[in-house]
Design a protein around this ligand. Structure first.
Ligand code: T3D
Length: 265
C-alpha cells in the first residue's frame, strides 16, 4: 500500500511498511529552515503513531543530504529568538523524536551532510552512504560550537579525539573515510544506494518492530548506566519483549521449522 502526506519542504511517502522522508530543497542542498524542521517533526510523529509504518528512511533530494541550518534564514531567526531557544524549539525536539521513535530509522546519505544535517544523519539508527556522500561538521566554519546532538553522537561513534578533530577543523570526511571511522554502516556506489536501502528497509518492515523498538530503548538508556544498572534495565525490558506477539511467533516458527511471520506487535 502507498500513501503520501502533503508537506511543503519535505516529501513523505509510505509504501509496504516503510516511510520515506525526503528533504526537498535541492537547490539549497536541503538546508534546514524552521518550517522544514517543523514538518520533519510532524512526519516523525506520524511514523510513531501509525502501526503500519515499521521502518523510516530519511534522505535528500538532489546532490545533497542536508547542508544544515539555512544560513540565509539564520539572521532573521536570531533577530527574533536566542539561538538557544531556536535550538530548543526545533532541532532539539527533532533529534530527540528520532532517538525516541521505537522503530528503525535509516539515513540514506546521498550527498553532503553538514551541521544540523549531519546531526540528523547521526540521530538515525544506521547510515548507508553513497560513495559520493561526505560529512562536514561545519559549525566551526561559522564560529559555532556543535549542536543538534552532533557532540553527543560523534564522540560515541568515533571517539572523543577524532570527534574533536572533526569539530575543531571542520574538514570534509569522504565516504570511504567515514566507513573506516565507523561513522557509517555501509558505503555503496551512488547508483546502488536506493536499492541497497530499500532492501534493508524492506527487511526491517517484516521484522519484530516491538523488539527493535525495545532494542533502541535499551541502547538509549544503558549508554549512561553502570553495568549493574544496565543488566537490571535489560531484565525489565525483556519482561516486556517476552509478552509480544512476535516473540511467541518467533519461538513457534523455530519449533515448527518454518520462517516466522512477524506482525510488528
Ligand atoms: O539554532 C540555530 O539555528 C543554530 C543551528 C545551527 C546548526 C547548523 O547547521 S550550523 C551549520 C550550517 N551549515 C553550514 O555552515 C554549511 C554551509 N555550506 C557549506 O559549507 C557547503 O555548501 C557544503 C560543504 C555543505 C557543500 O559545498 P558544495 O561546494 O558542494 O556546495 P555549495 O556550492 O557551497 O552550495 C550549493 C548551493 O547551496 C549554494 O547556492 P548557490 O550559490 O548555488 O545559489 C549555497 O549557497 C547553498 N547552500 C549550501 N549550504 C547552505 C546553502 N544555503 C543556505 N544555507 C546553507 N547551510
Amino acid at each position: 500500500m502507498t500513501n503520501q502526506q502533503a508537506f511543503e519542504s519535505i516529501l513523505f511517502d509510505v509504501a509496504d511498511g516503510v516511510a520515506t522522508i525526503t528533504l526537498n530543497r535541492p537547490e539549497r542542498l536541503n538546508a534546514l529552515t524552521t518550517g522544514m524542521t517543523k514538518e520533519l517533526l510532524a512526519a516523525i510523529k506520524t511514523c510513531a503513531r501509525d502501526d503500519a509504518i515499521r521502518c523510516v528512511v530519511i534522505t535528500g533530494a538532489g546532490r545533497g543530504f542536508s547542508a544544515g541550518q539555512d544560513l540565509a534564514e539564520f539572521e532573521q531567526v536570531t533577530d527574533k529568538f536566542s539561538v538557544g531557544d531556536h535550538l530548543r524549539r526545533g532541532y532539539n525536539r527533532l533529534i530527540l523524536a528520532l532517538r525516541e521513535l521505537e522503530k528503525p530509522v535509516i539515513a540514506q546519505v546521498n550527498g553532503v551532510a553538514a551541521g544540523a544535517g549531519l546531526g540528523l544523519a547521526l540521530a538515525a539508527d544506521m547510515r548507508i552512504a553513497s560513495d559520493k556522500a561526505s560529512f562536514v561538521t561545519a559549525f566551526i566554519g561559522i564560529g559555532l560550537a556543535p549542536d543538534s546532538g552532533v557532540s553527543w553522537h560523534l564522540q560515541r561513534l568515533i571517539g572523543p579525539a577524532r570527534a574533536f578533530e572533526l569539530l575543531a577543523t571542520g574538514r570534509k570526511v569522504r565516504a570511504d573515510e567515514a566507513l573506516a571511522l565507523g561513522l557509517v554502516n555501509q558505503v555503496v556506489p551512488a547508483a546502488a544506494l536506493g536499492e541497497t536501502v530499500a532492501a534493508m528497509a524492506g527487511r526491517f518492515a517484516q521484522a519484530p518492530t516491538r523488539g527493535i523498538g525495545l532494542t533502541k530503548r535499551v541502547l538509549n538508556k544503558t549508554a549512561a548506566m553502570t553495568l549493574a544498572e544496565a543488566l537490571e534495565y535489560e531484565a525489565q525490558i525483556q519482561d516486556i519483549a517476552v509478552r509480544t506477539a512476535d516473540h511467541k511467533e518467533g519461538v513457534q516458527a523455530f519449533i515448527e521449522k518454518r520462517p516466522p511471520q512477524f506482525v510488528g506487535k
